[in-house]
Design a protein around this ligand. Sequence first.
Ligand code: AMP
Ligand code: GLY
Length: 433
Amino acid sequence: MNILLIGAGGREHAMAWKIARSPLCEKLYIAPGNPGTELCGENVPLDPLSFESIADFALENDIQMVVVGPEEPLVKGLGDHFKKDERLRDILFVGPASEGAKIEGSKSFAKEFMKRHGIPTAAYRSFTRETVNDGVDFINSLEPPYVLKADGLAAGKGVIICSSAGEAVGTLREMLCESKFGEASSKVVIEEFLKGVEISVFVITDGSSYTMLPSAKDYKRVGEKDTGANTGGMGAVSPVPFADQKIMEKIEHGIVKPTIEGLHRDGIPYCGFIFFGLMISGGEPYVIEYNVRLGDPEAEVILPRLESDLVELMQAACKGGLKGKTARVSPGSAVTVILASGGYPEAYGKGYQITGTDDLADAVLFYPGVKEKDGMLLTNGGRVMAVTALGSSHEEAMSRAYSNARKVDFRGMYYRRDIGRDLLKKPYNNNQD
Ligand code: AMP
Ligand code: GLY
């Protein structure tokens, strides 16, 4: 089968790496891709938001499956574009149409969905410019800290946690009345702050059945011991040692199953991935957010553990055939360390030569922010490379990931030296709150 993968990040490199390993994949194209995806297939310079050019490319190149990495084309209706055109309708499309993508594209839609289907999440209310004063009263009725979320997509920056009521009121006014995040903050969800530990859980679904994929923990802060600014993710581990069987059962039965049943009951067709961003608080899981895609850097840590054929799972999802299908997953552990540009997530330099990548052993390298020039690899983003290593234990995966990270070098390279270290201590405390 000819497959077209949409996207350009480290997540898409990991997806391309996995798809290219499938005997079902004859030819893989990545639009627009990066120098890493070029090693797995052929990059094509298409804009993920230019639906017409993606459709034309699919028709001209006999594409039988389209897989969408990032959320934006899905929220903006790439799936609808394929479904409404009879020449494109039969192409297997991995990703929901815009209605299903609303579980990520609109926080208030997601909250109403969870409330309707009894799925545990933080208590909330949503406000618009017309009801801003009610929002101020609501803030004053809550205890700090305050969680404010722009309703729409805001490039991962739309969640603001304020420590005082004054700051929260100011932020609410900026979001609603001064369009801090443009149209995305014309509605704002204010919700209860949940204290606990976060975990990223992934499934692939055909809209009525689902297959659980490996879960992961992402390290979002730039500094060691979870300090400093929030980033797109500085590393990840899979599986998550504190997510024992009891917690995973609560997640599957209390959250995953009711979500898939809820979509089905609401008449929302859904073929693709769902990423459940969860908080374990007081031993109970709550949904912080839904995403309609895999995570980044979580994809880089979970896909190397997946032993099942991803293309076969995606094909089954598109054809309504996931019932009874479980994924084979390596029983070992994986650790991903992000090699970042010095200064990230603030300003950083680009175009520095990357060396040492040929010396890696027992590790896979993904390229979120790299470009190639005259046969050299150059830095081209904040998160430059992701080094993933597998091991029979969490300790072994950590030590392999770090011994490989140390071989790579570029000017200003920075990485956290403690990815996974917090999970070495036992026993894990699921009841922390
Ligand atoms: P999101 O963009 O929805 O992933 O939110 C960004 C981050 O904000 C999450 O990963 C959490 O760390 C934090 N967050 C979001 N909602 C809450 C909440 N209700 N309570 C505590 N932290 C939250
Ligand atoms: N790592 C979090 C995300 O992809 O949203």
